[in-house]
Design a protein around this ligand. Structure first.
Ligand SMILES: [Zn+2]
Length: 116
């Protein structure tokens, strides 16, 4: 079985919660973190094309099963579109689907150069 692993503290806080002082945390209160519109979509925690590259397109079961382990809790993931692989609603559709594509493509190109 392959697994996606995330770091967590001994207290079980998700890795993203670690080391962020309370005085710089910000509650976007349902607004897109990028443009301030209504946050109506969920962003992938992991780049979806990376997930497909590493684990394949098909349903992740049996020999190709994938689990996400967070603070010692294992969650089976069935595919790259799983809601368990996304943040809560934190970005609007325009930013998630259009603006982020430019950054995503740039990230992919930089990875190819770095790994060449
Ligand atoms: Zn937006």
């Amino acid at each position: 079985m392959k697994a996606l692993l995330e770091l967590a503290s001994e207290k079980g806080e998700p890795a993203m919660e670690l080391g962020i002082p309370d005085d710089i945390r910000h509650d976007y209160a349902g607004q897109c973190w990028w443009c301030g519109s209504v946050a109506d979509t969920r962003e992938h925690r992991y780049k979806r094309s990376d997930l497909i590259r590493d684990f394949g397109k098909g349903t992740w079961l049996g020999e190709s099963a994938v689990s996400r382990v967070l603070a010692g809790v294992k969650t089976d993931i069935r595919g790259s579109k799983s809601e368990n692989l996304k943040f809560e609603r934190n970005i609007c559709g325009a930013c998630n689907n259009t603006l982020s594509e430019v950054i995503s493509a740039t990230f992919t190109r930089s990875c190819r150069v770095r790994n060449a």
